[in-house]
Design a protein around this ligand. Structure first.
Ligand SMILES: [Zn+2]
Length: 428
């Protein structure tokens, strides 16, 4: 039986959100958390964008070191041979790619201004797939941008050509959030049946249906006999009204009426990590979690009315579909309301030792402490907010990786920095 997998695109689509940005350290932390959560793949960035190069390289190094394992790290590029060449020149170790090209008549004429037709689109995609294969890409997805406004027969033709040339997945992009659960189910089932390729479902939330469409699309792929790879983002971040929220989608699959009986996850997701990752992403993106956000909103388990409160006290299942502990909630959060010593870009050694001591990191000598402090200062310049404990621990544990993540060299060809042996930082 085909299964459902999650590809998180927070570090690609999520970071394209207008008015928002995150540092490379924060993107790395997102990958660390996604890995802990058991997400199949992180679309971790843009291999042709030079300010991403050292970040992408260092995350691939973390994968080699066994730290970012078993999560798969995939890059997003346009489906052009130039982009493929650039991607492998800047990030030679990248092995998983999604190649994107517009497929709707609206975009073919609207974006290429009459310079390309449907056959040209297929040819560009084939050339890109062949180029990626020649660089020993291990998995290749081809993205049909604006698939929901694309003629279905053309989509079948496009996907068959991709499959014939060695692509592993078709990404069906509902770029404008135009689909509804009924339309996406029908189209994706048709694609799965007629092409015989695994299908990625990439939904946007312009009509408030991204999660519902993702679930319906996954059902369509499986009913058509193929694996479904749902694209999600943490807290639903993404362009305009965002993408399918990761946690809501996972809950819809595992908790909604009868769904799990036939449609199952191919890789278990540890939902108890959901609270932590939602909170971190909210902090990193500086976007508060809405109070009515499923599972992680402040009101998601709040009961005030007499009948509900009485009912839930007698038996939580009267008014709750799942328990708060299942999504990692329940720990009391103690916030210091007195004196606070936090990290900053002008932190000194004494305050820094105090902060690190509080999270049980001890340095072998003052030189080592000063080195880590210097990295923490730079990290604060990048994030523009006090670092969270996990970020401080990460820097102390992987200082050479942190150094790369914090390095930006505009107008200079980024090159590989060799990783030095880890510093003798001990955490007790
Ligand atoms: Zn998108």
């Amino acid at each position: 039986m085909p299964k459902i997998f999650f590809i998180d695109v927070t570090n690609r689509d999520g970071v394209q959100t207008a008015h928002l940005g995150v540092s490379k350290l924060e993107k790395t932390m997102v990958n660390m958390y996604l890995n802990e959560m058991g997400i199949f793949q992180s679309e971790f960035g843009f291999p042709t964008t030079s300010h991403e190069t050292l970040y992408l390289q260092s995350n691939l190094e973390l994968a080699k070191m066994g730290v970012l394992q078993p999560i798969r790290l995939g890059g997003w590029v346009r489906a052009t041979t130039e982009d493929i060449e650039t991607a492998f020149r800047l990030v030679p170790d990248i092995r998983h790619l999604n190649l994107s090209i517009s497929t709707s008549d609206q975009m073919i004429s609207g974006k290429f201004q009459g310079k390309k037709n449907r056959d040209d689109i297929i040819q560009m995609m084939i050339d890109a797939v062949e180029a990626a294969k020649s660089h020993r890409a291990e998995s290749i997805g081809v993205n049909a941008e604006d698939a929901s406004r694309t003629n279905t027969d053309f989509l079948v033709k496009f996907a068959l050509a991709a499959k014939e040339h060695g692509a592993h997945r078709l990404r069906y992009c509902d770029t404008l959030g135009y689909d509804n659960p009924f339309s996406i189910y029908k189209t994706i089932k048709t694609l799965a049946e007629n092409v015989g390729i695994a299908i990625e479902i990439h939904c946007h939330n312009d009509l408030g249906m991204a999660v519902a469409n993702s679930v319906a699309g996954a059902k369509g792929a499986i009913d058509g006999g193929q694996d479904a790879y749902i694209n999600v983002t943490i807290n639903g971040y993404g362009e305009r009204s965002g993408n399918a929220d990761s946690l809501s989608t996972a809950l819809a699959i595992t908790k909604s009426k009868d769904f799990l009986e036939k449609y199952q996850l191919g890789k278990p997701i540890n939902l108890t990590q959901a609270w932590k990752i939602a909170k971190f992403a909210s902090y990193a993106f500086t976007v508060p979690i809405p109070m009515n956000q499923p599972a992680v909103g402040s009101n998601a388990f709040a009961h005030a009315s007499g009948i509900h409160a009485d009912g839930v006290l007698k038996d939580p299942e009267n008014y709750e579909l799942y328990d708060f502990t299942e999504v990692g909630r329940g720990e009391v959060e103690l916030v210091d309301t007195g004196r606070e010593i936090c990290s900053g870009q002008y932190s000194g050694i004494s305050g820094f030792r105090h902060i690190m001591g509080r999270i049980a990191v001890h340095f072998k000598d003052s030189e080592e402490a000063r080195e880590i402090l210097e990295l923490v200062r730079y990290a604060n310049v990048a994030t523009q907010k006090p670092l969270v404990e996990d970020e401080l621990l990460f820097i102390a544990k992987y200082p050479q990786i942190a150094k790369k993540l914090l390095t930006l060299r505009p107008f200079e060809e980024p090159t590989q920095i060799n990783v030095l042996p880890p510093a003798g930082v001990t955490q007790r």
